[in-house]
Design a protein around this ligand. Structure first.
Ligand SMILES: *Cc1c(COP(=O)(O)O)cnc(C)c1O
Length: 241
């Protein structure tokens, strides 16, 4: 299959999931996660898509400028991987959206650097709601039953929402790897529920839910995803760098 055909197929699956959930497909952004793939392959996808995601700053630092030099399209770059403090400056320079905001300290740093650059960075708080397979993210396990989980999250969200240079768009999560995609549903539902609760208690908008990857994006859409982060279904297997 060509990349164009892969993208078409993913878009069809997105449309079916939206139909099942009574949602408008225009409310779901397909983010093509292009990590490990070279500029030529990304440019092929850029004929059909506008949003691209990378997970390593070291890789993005050379790749994003190389891609942008070869296209007139206004591509939007999303950072989806863990960010080390010393890489924050590169992140602010290269990306428009950060999905992997996983500490208040990182938020403070990104805020300061964004203000310095006179830029507004869209950010999503990465939350671990499953308790499995997640190395990073704010703890959101059992947020509805445990005030000791919910209160620090509320404090972090309130703090980040008030920072200059950042626009807090919502929440992101990674579902654990499972054999049956149906098993991810409670994880996505928990993230959507948390977003609704934060919206209510803090009076924030939080329009975005970044959830769902190649193995589970249809379920994520049924549970309210507004951004799905898809790599392998578009580009095929990851390359070794
Ligand atoms: C790699 C990656 C994806 C895409 O994963 P696929 O399974 O290839 O669709 C999505 N989100 C994050 C954070 C990733 O690192």
């Amino acid at each position: 299959m060509t990349i164009a055909a892969n993208i078409h197929q993913v878009q069809e699956h997105i449309a079916s999931a939206c139909a099942r959930a009574g949602r408008d497909p225009r409310d779901v952004t397909l983010l093509a996660v292009s990590k490990t793939h070279p500029p030529a392959v990304i440019l092929e996808a850029a004929a059909h898509l506008q949003h691209f995601g990378e997970n390593r700053v070291e890789e993005a630092v050379t790749k994003i400028p190389a891609v942008m030099q070869q296209t007139d399209q206004p591509l939007v770059w999303h950072m989806v991987g863990h960010i080390q403090s010393r890489k924050a400056r590169d992140v602010v320079a290269l990306f428009s959206v950060v999905h992997s905001l996983d500490s208040v300290k990182l938020a403070d740093r990104l805020s300061r650097l964004a203000v310095e650059r006179d830029k507004t960075l869209d950010v999503l708080l990465e939350v671990n709601v499953s308790g499995e397979d997640a190395k990073y993210g704010f703890n959101g396990v059992n947020w509805s039953g445990d005030p000791a989980v919910r209160e620090p999250l509320e404090q972090a969200v309130a703090h980040i929402a008030a920072l200059p240079g950042l626009r807090l768009r919502g929440l992101m999560t990674m579902a654990p790897i499972v054999s049956d995609m149906e098993q991810t549903r409670p994880v996505f539902a928990a993230l959507a529920g948390l977003r609704d609760a934060l919206r209510q208690s803090l009076g924030l908008d939080l329009p975005d839910l970044s959830m769902g990857m190649t193995d589970d994006y249809p379920v994520a859409i049924e549970e309210g995803a507004t951004i799905v982060r898809v790599g392998r279904a578009i580009f095929g297997a990851r390359r070794t760098l």
